[in-house]
Design a binder for this molecule. Structure first.
Ligand code: PLP
Length: 340
């Protein structure tokens, strides 16, 4: 708050700072070094900070990687709204193979042993945590040596991850590691240099990596905020500690759901817990009442995504165990008041 108007006594804000100054270079390097440390990122991976959000990467991934092999094939695992969007965007540039039969509801992950991987695919894509539907991978799929690409936007740094298993990991910062505006891309060096010629230069991993994310003006302030959040994660025990907390927090809510005799319904992500109230489709009047009462108790943003309705408790790193305890207590008393 203090640094917003005067960064370290310089008399100016990071908001005003040129991205070519020594002071900003330090901010950028600090953020990258913290990321490398927190995720144990191997040296043969580049870390770049881009604009365009997670959705920008839905285009950047095929534009940069489809050229890895002849034929423009790509494999997609579609377990929810975000991977579905990514696959749709990829169809502009790639022949997309969905590796499993289309799911009628997004409530689980099809068994990887049944996936129909195309040996000609340039990469295999999945989303580690489906933010809207609350479907989370608790494993890294074995894709038989294919280049693995993962959207970690909504569970980034909520647990340790073995980066060496991936070709590309990307994550918009705004869910778990900062504010909107910056997207982290972690890319293995040998995958650089295959971008299609029509790939916009600002999305070209090779150009951005070669220029240390400074090909053009990066989202300076968002990078600065992310650096502060990374420092906070480090001081609070790193990715392993975030994992522990995420498990504790999500179990508190799932426990109530499981013991509610169907009053609350669920999926199983540690980050996003969508649920309905009253019956399987949700009693909308009861859900409205729940949300109104929650706001009175200063619990905001519990409304489910507009595409699915109901309630969604997002338990990102910034949400404390105490916050979740408060929600759990409220859920219990609400159920007691309304269960027929
Ligand atoms: C929010 C989200 C996105 C989209 O991020 P934008 O920055 O809004 O483009 C993509 N993937 C996942 C998993 C998300 O949660």
């Amino acid at each position: 708050q203090k640094e917003l108007v005067d960064y370290k006594g310089l008399g100016i804000s990071v908001l005003e700072m040129s991205h070519r100054t020594a002071d900003f270079t330090k901010i950028l390097n600090t953020a990258e070094n913290l990321l490398r440390e927190l995720l144990n990122i191997p040296e043969n991976y580049k870390v770049i900070f881009l604009q365009g959000g997670g959705s920008g990467q839905f285009s950047a991934v095929p534009l940069n990687l489809i050229g890895l092999k002849e034929g423009r094939h790509a494999d997609y695992v579609v377990t929810g709204a975000w991977s579905a969007k990514a696959a749709k965007e990829a169809e502009k540039y790639a022949k997309v193979n969905i590796v499993h039969p289309k799911l009628s509801t997004y409530t689980n992950i099809p068994d990887p042993s049944t996936w129909n991987l195309n040996p000609d695919a340039s990469y295999v894509y999945y989303c580690a945590n489906e933010t809207v539907h609350g479907v989370e991978f608790d494993f890294v799929p074995d894709v038989k040596g294919a280049v693995l690409v993962c959207d970690m936007s909504s569970n980034f740094l909520s647990r340790p991850v073995d980066v060496s298993k991936f070709g590309v990991i990307f994550a918009g910062a705004q869910k778990n590691v900062g504010c909107a505006g910056v997207t982290v891309v972690i890319v293995r060096e040998d995958l650089l240099g295959f971008a299609l010629k029509e790939c916009p230069v600002v999305l070209d991993y090779k150009t951005q990596a070669a220029n240390g994310s400074l090909y053009n003006t990066p989202p300076c302030y968002s990078i600065y905020i992310m650096g502060l959040v990374l420092e906070w994660i480090k001081n609070n025990g790193g990715a392993a500690a975030m994992d522990k907390l995420s498990l504790i927090k999500s179990r508190m809510i799932y426990d109530i759901i499981d013991k509610s005799n169907g009053f609350y319904k669920k999926n199983r992500s540690r980050m996003n817990v969508p649920f309905r109230i009253g019956n399987i489709k949700g009693d909308e009047a009861l859900e409205k009442k729940f949300l109104e009462k929650a706001v009175e108790l200063n619990m905001l943003s519990l409304k489910g995504h507009r595409s699915v309705g109901g309630i969604r408790a997002s338990l990102y790193n910034a949400v404390t165990v105490e916050d979740v305890q408060k929600l759990a207590t409220f859920m219990r008393s609400f159920m007691q008041m309304h269960q027929s």
